[in-house]
Write a protein that binds this ligand. Structure first.
Ligand code: FNR
Length: 428
């Protein structure tokens, strides 16, 4: 062991040492460090409704299983005698050095788990230098979360059927300091989710997870116009002049949108949200609209087919997130990791390709990186930590994944993320 290692142990050894030293005086990690125990403990910590919403997936949940199975079908082949004493987990993405290859996925409606969840994950990720993606369905306005994010953050957009709202949300994200816009493409409609259907439970109908909307001037204008029109009349539109004024406001006064719509109109707000939430008619021809309205990098989330990846590259987007939305949208679909090699072969030379869906720990992170992912998104794993022990629980899950990634990297014979390649894997 060198002096340097004694002074600044790599994250894997540091975390093990912290746990074992605390264990010697009788304390145990607040959040289980292994996947099965983490899931079981989270289920005990959540209400049945929250558990169904977070853990549930589409249909028979076979895509969620396929996500996990895909990881299990690729096996690492460790290499020996390669001097792995010094290891570097950092990656380069959009001109920024990220200390780890992890990102936190956008997760909506977290007030089901904890009213302060959006701020808690921004703080937890930020304290580790991990970029968080703030959901369009968050429970707090992005401006309120941005103030807490010690690290960089990206804004995740659901493309509303109201283009003026898209424009306003993106303008707000820019003004509040987002470093990228992630457009989620796989949710033009909600998937068929039996766990929620059987409970008759959709959080948005209860006014949950719509804070980005109720804090938005264009959305509020839509609510006001809806209240004025006779019931059954056509959906109100915001005039182009009003859009210019309102979007101008979002750019000039980002602090103003920290608060949700507080009084009056809550029912109308929910109805308006249900009307404008998404646009199933969205197509490739719409992307220039967004490109013209932001200077931030644009990523497309939910791409799985190599042809879609090529099309995205040709449309001038800046990155791809290969994702099955955690299996929550299309049952019977390909596991995300199985979609990754095709997308990487198609566009990996030109664009960063991020992978999420089914990542349970560091061994999964390393496999995704070996198959060509630039970075890896963590979804339910940190939500489970949050449910068990709040901000500290989410931080612990992320630290544990970083620790296991570091150890797996070294134990398979690598000093850095860039050294990983498909040659480190066999398919079984
Ligand atoms: C999500 N996901 C999601 N994605 C998105 O783009 N916007 C969102 O608001 C949400 N909301 C959301 C809520 C819940 C409860 C879950 C579980 C997932 C999908 C998420 O970003 C990511 O793609 C998956 O969670 C990755 O799969 P795993 O790692 O959870 O299996």
């Amino acid at each position: 062991m060198t002096d340097d290692e004694v002074r600044t142990p790599a994250p894997g050894r540091a975390r093990q040492s912290e746990i074992f030293r605390a264990g010697a005086s009788g304390s145990r990690p607040a959040v289980p460090t292994g996947w099965s125990a983490l899931v079981a403990s989270a289920e005990r910590a959540m209400t049945p409704e929250a558990w169904a919403y977070v853990a549930g997936s589409a249909g028979r949940e076979s895509t969620a299983e396929a996500n996990y199975d895909a990881f299990d079908s690729w096996r690492l082949v460790p290499r020996m005698l390669r001097d792995v004493a010094e290891r570097d987990l950092s990656i380069e993405l959009f001109g920024r050095r990220h200390p780890t290859p992890l990102l936190t996925c956008p997760i909506g409606v977290l007030e089901l788990v904890d009213p302060d969840a959006d701020r808690a994950i921004a703080r937890a990720a930020g304290s580790l230098g991990i970029t968080s993606m703030v959901s369009c369905q968050a429970s707090l306005p992005m401006e309120a979360v941005a103030g807490e994010a010690a690290g960089p953050w990206w804004f995740q957009l659901y493309w509303s059927s109201e283009d003026a709202l898209v424009e306003s949300l993106v303008a707000r994200a820019e003004a509040a300091g987002a470093e990228a816009i992630v457009v989620t493409l796989d949710t033009g409609m909600l998937g068929w989710r039996p766990r929620d259907l059987d409970r008759g439970f959709l959080p948005f109908i209860h006014g949950m997870g719509i804070a980005q909307y109720t804090s938005d001037p264009v959305f509020r204008q839509l609510v006001r116009e809806r209240m004025r029109r006779p019931s059954g009349g056509p959906r109100p539109r915001v005039t182009p002049t009003a859009v210019r004024t309102l979007v101008g406001m979002t750019r000039r006064h980002p602090g103003r949108f920290r608060e949700n719509l507080r009084s009056g109109e809550p029912r109308t707000a929910v109805e308006t949200f249900l009307d404008v939430f998404s646009r199933p008619s969205l197509s490739w021809g719409d992307l220039p609209f967004l490109r013209e309205r932001t200077r931030l990098p644009i990523l497309l989330k939910g791409v799985q087919h190599p042809d879609d990846a090529r099309r995205a590259r040709d449309a001038g987007v800046d990155g791809i997130v290969v994702s099955t939305h955690g299996g929550r949208q299309v049952d019977g679909a390909i596991g995300a990791l199985d979609a990754l090699p095709g997308v990487v072969a198609a566009v990996g030379d030109a664009l960063p390709v991020i992978l999420d869906s089914g990542v349970r720990g560091g061994a999964d992170v390393v496999r995704a990186l070996a198959l060509g992912a630039t970075a890896v998104g963590i979804g339910r794993a940190w939500v489970y930590g949050l449910a068990i022990a709040g901000e500290e629980g989410a931080r612990q899950v992320l630290r544990d994944i970083v620790a296991e990634t570091d150890l797996t990297l070294g134990l398979t014979g690598h000093r850095g993320v860039a050294e990983l390649s498909p040659d480190d894997l066999v398919r079984i």
